[in-house]
Design a protein around this ligand. Structure first.
Ligand SMILES: Cc1ncc(COP(=O)(O)O)c(C=O)c1O
Length: 440
């Protein structure tokens, strides 16, 4: 068992300094060394806690350099890749560049896209023909946003807790084509279907929401999403989910969620290479989710007389020369997670978030800004800071002075710990303890 939160103990001083601890770890010389601070006091305890970790966590943690370099609570911002992923990507890049045009090389590299589409489809509930490989969640969102022939006055419904990636495209469409943006409240505890229903009108053509909110950690329940999908389908309204924070963080099944389109990335909770993503589009809608960008590889046939046919699958949304070595890394990251067991990973995230919530409840200076209800939670644990505590300053100081990597979010007193399976209870306790000390 890992130790429970113990604020006074975490405030003790003494023990090895962070610099001393890092000195013996190969590769970490490249990282900025955090000045000796309160974290130094916690490190011998952290080392002891690491001994108590389940075997599978200890072994997996040892393969994620960033997870052992410092308490890493920034997976919701950018996920740290395991060494086997980094090495596989590097190996494929080296292999490709022995002779990118050689037939054998091109054949091997060319397998990665169909294989990755099939893999992502199998793991996240889509057909392989429903998966397009992208470079980011934002790319998927933009493909979806520009897939309708918008007319002035048409409406899109988003929420009050979206990432800029699911806001800016709608602002651009508003300014260029005159669409109207409506907003629902997705604070913890509101009724998803009721909120959307209240904003629907004859002019609504799209609903685009976060599957998991980056700001308050709320996860749309799969059953609620499916009910919403049914309602929207009956009204001919397209339903898109921004899944940047979904796969690898919460159970994610595209078919069960019922949405028409789902945009996600490889570089957060799936721990894949930066600049990898996927867009899932329901098979029946491929001809309705129209292309605004296209090029070589979107097509199945073409001539120079003005004729073409698009690929019969979601691969039609892809075009141009792509970073195939990165896609190898993406596939390897998902395999690495599958080898550990996605169920085991998600279960541990739940346990750790439980611990965080329990600790916040026991800490009078803090309160919980992410959902209480287990059915609405995710790996995003959001703490409401004491009055007068500036999340930006906290973010800067925790990172620079204590090596604790976490993040401010949209709420003006809210602070986010992205809790992945490689984190420990001890890290969570120490981070909350450090937050209280710094805000005092
Ligand atoms: C909910 C959400 N959507 C979209 C994005 C943007 O993701 P990407 O960098 O993959 O485009 C993020 C990134 O933090 C996010 O949290």
């Amino acid at each position: 068992m890992e130790p429970k939160h113990n604020a006074p103990a975490a405030r003790r001083t003494g023990g090895l300094s962070r610099r001393q601890l890092l000195a013996g770890v190969p590769g970490l010389a490249l990282l900025p060394v955090v000045p000796v601070g309160r974290l130094a006091a916690g490190e011998p305890r952290a080392a002891a806690a690491a001994q108590d970790l389940p075997d599978w966590v200890r072994r997996a943690r040892a393969e994620v350099p960033a997870a052992t370099a410092s308490p890493y609570f920034q997976t919701g911002g950018i996920g740290p890749s395991p060494t086997p992923v980094i090495e596989h990507l590097a190996d494929r890049l080296t292999f490709q560049n022995r002779s990118p045009a050689a037939t054998r090389v091109a054949e091997v590299m060319g397998r990665v896209e169909p294989d990755l589409r099939a893999q992502l489809g199998r793991v996240f509930g889509a057909g392989e023909d429903e998966v397009a490989l992208t470079h980011s969640t934002s790319e998927g969102i933009s493909i979806v946003a520009w897939s309708l022939d918008w007319r002035t006055g048409d409406e899109v419904v988003i929420s009050n807790t979206e990432h800029p990636a699911n806001v800016i495209p709608w602002y651009v469409l508003r300014d260029r084509l005159g669409i109207v943006i409506r907003e629902i409240d997705l604070s913890p505890g509101t009724d998803l279907v009721g909120e959307v229903e209240r904003q629907l009108s004859e002019k609504t053509r799209m609903v685009s929401l976060s599957h998991v909110s980056r700001n308050n950690g709320r996860t749309l329940r799969t059953g609620d999403s499916a009910r919403l999908a049914e309602l929207l389908r009956a009204r001919g309204v397209r339903y898109h989910l921004d899944g940047a924070q979904g796969p690898g963080c919460v159970p994610t099944d595209f078919a069960a969620l019922g949405c028409d389109c789902y945009s996600t990335c490889g570089h957060k909770w799936l721990l894949g290479p930066k600049g990898t993503g996927a867009l899932f589009v329901r098979r029946a809608l491929l001809d309705e989710v129209q292309l605004s960008w296209a090029g070589a590889h979107s097509h199945e046939t073409m001539d120079y007389e003005g004729n073409y046919t698009l690929l019969p699958s979601a691969a039609r949304y892809e075009f141009g020369t792509r970073a195939l070595a990165d896609f190898f890394g993406f596939g390897q990251a998902v395999r690495w997670m599958e080898d550990i067991g996605l169920g085991r990973i998600l279960g541990r995230i739940e346990d750790l978030v439980d611990h965080g919530i329990e600790t916040i409840r026991e800490t009078p200076e803090l309160s919980l800004a992410s959902p209480e209800d287990p059915a609405d939670r995710s790996g995003i644990l959001v703490v409401r800071l004491p009055d007068g505590c500036d999340p930006m300053a906290l973010y800067r100081d925790l990172g620079r002075e204590e090596g604790i990597l976490a993040s401010p979010v949209r709420g003006e007193r809210d602070f986010r710990l992205s809790v992945h399976f490689f984190n420990t209870r001890e890290e969570i306790s120490s981070a909350l303890d450090a937050i209280v000390s710094r805000c005092a």
